[in-house]
Ligand binder design. Structure first.
Ligand code: SF4
Length: 380
């Protein structure tokens, strides 16, 4: 089986947010959108020569802002994918969405097209924070928006929250968390604001043109507060940045943390097939030119050796709070990770960052906020 998970990257947004380093840019016309889908179909057809009939268990449409896709294009895309990579009966079909785009009629249309999970970006309920990110600051109450989504028969909803925003206080963060809990989505992702060097918000912060971001101690407090509030509201903390009601973990993202292979399509998309991680061109022109010549639009490929795959398995698997199963690792690679990474595991255990029981190797509560340091020990 080559893969069972498919990611499609939609690169357009209404406008570029000031903190964003994803491959995305403003959508200027409907013609641009139609051209995008024509070229994306060429990529799907190219891969159909290799994998036609391969059924999939998850499809994730990320971006960018896929909720800008008109229902007609979305229905056509899902039909095209389903014809070539048939959806398994319980296929999880997620699209990322901007709350501004979610009218009842739009939601009904995309639900009829097959979308059964929505991942909604809701960085904060405070206008000042949204302004600092360059986002529309006129949002309605989250609970009202979620009511509309549920009435449109999409009940599997994720909310993406961000902490560490310019000027954000602990009290504001607490209010955001409580508001999200009241709205009761099935899944909540909690990310710390991460700024690449070249994003405009980084410059604005250096020039003190926006309020400073919280210091390291406050960030740690925010992360812990999220764990405390979400856990006490019955959300299971199952991955470093992800919480879900029982049974509602993201199947698509689980495939990444379980180090499975997946097909990724669209400009700027990253995939993992046949022991090879690849990246598509982060340029519309190069992506399009390549596909018009019927050439795979990959700009980078990296062969993943067996050793590297085992290291990545540790790094990704330790993101899950249930940890790594030694038994499953043994079945996959024929080696016990406890022996393979003996020195690193013993050292991290002594430092109180990892715990090991009969089958599982996992982060401790002390290791959670230091996860990146732990991961470094497994990558050579
Ligand atoms: S909406 Fe999302 S993808 Fe688009 S610019 Fe803003 S943060 Fe980036």
């Amino acid at each position: 089986m080559a893969f069972q998970n498919l990611y499609i990257h939609f690169p357009f947004c209404r406008q570029k947010c000031l903190h964003c380093s994803f491959f995305s840019y403003p959508l200027n016309s409907q013609e641009e959108l139609s051209n995008f889908f024509k070229v994306l179909e060429l990529e799907i057809e190219l891969y159909s020569q290799l994998f036609s009939g391969q059924s999939i268990e998850t499809l994730y449409l990320g971006g960018g802002t896929p909720s800008l896709i008109p229902p007609y294009h979305l229905a056509r895309l899902l039909e095209k994918v389903n014809n070539i990579f048939p959806f398994q009966p319980s296929c999880e079909i997620t699209i990322e969405a901007n709350p501004e785009d979610l009218s009842y009629d739009y939601l009904r249309a995309i639900s009829s097209a097959g979308v059964n999970r929505l991942s909604v970006g809701w960085p904060s309920s405070f206008a000042g924070h949204l302004r600092a990110l360059g986002r529309n600051e006129h949002l309605t109450f989250l609970a009202d928006k979620l009511d509309i989504i549920r009435r449109a028969k999409i009940t599997n909803i994720n909310i993406d929250l961000i902490y560490g925003l310019p000027g954000q206080t602990m009290l504001q963060w607490e209010k955001n968390l409580l508001e999200v809990c009241r709205a009761a989505p099935k899944h909540i992702s909690v990310y710390g604001l991460h700024l690449e060097e070249d994003v405009p918000l980084k410059k604005l912060l250096l020039q003190k043109k926006v309020a400073a971001t919280p210091d390291e101690d406050t960030l740690l407090g925010m992360m812990l507060l999220a764990r405390e509030i979400l856990s006490s509201n019955k959300y299971l903390h199952y991955e470093i940045a992800n919480y879900a009601l029982p049974g509602y973990q993201s199947n698509h993202n689980m495939s990444y943390w379980q180090n499975k292979t997946y097909l990724a399509l669209g400009p700027g998309a990253h995939g993992y097939l046949y022991c090879c991680r690849y990246a598509n061109y982060c340029s519309w022109q190069q992506y399009k030119d390549s596909l018009l010549k019927r050439i795979f639009p990959c700009s980078q490929k990296e062969r993943i050796s067996r050793k590297r795959a085992m290291e990545e398995e540790m790094m990704l698997g330790l993101r899950l709070l249930e940890g790594i199963s030694r038994q499953q690792f043994l079945q996959k690679y024929g080696l016990d990770p406890l022996h393979l990474f003996q020195t690193s595991i013993l050292m991290l255990k002594e430092q109180g960052l990892l715990e090991v029981n009969d089958d599982k190797i996992k982060l401790t509560a002390k290791g959670l906020p230091l996860a990146n340091l732990v991961f470094q020990e497994f990558i050579t």
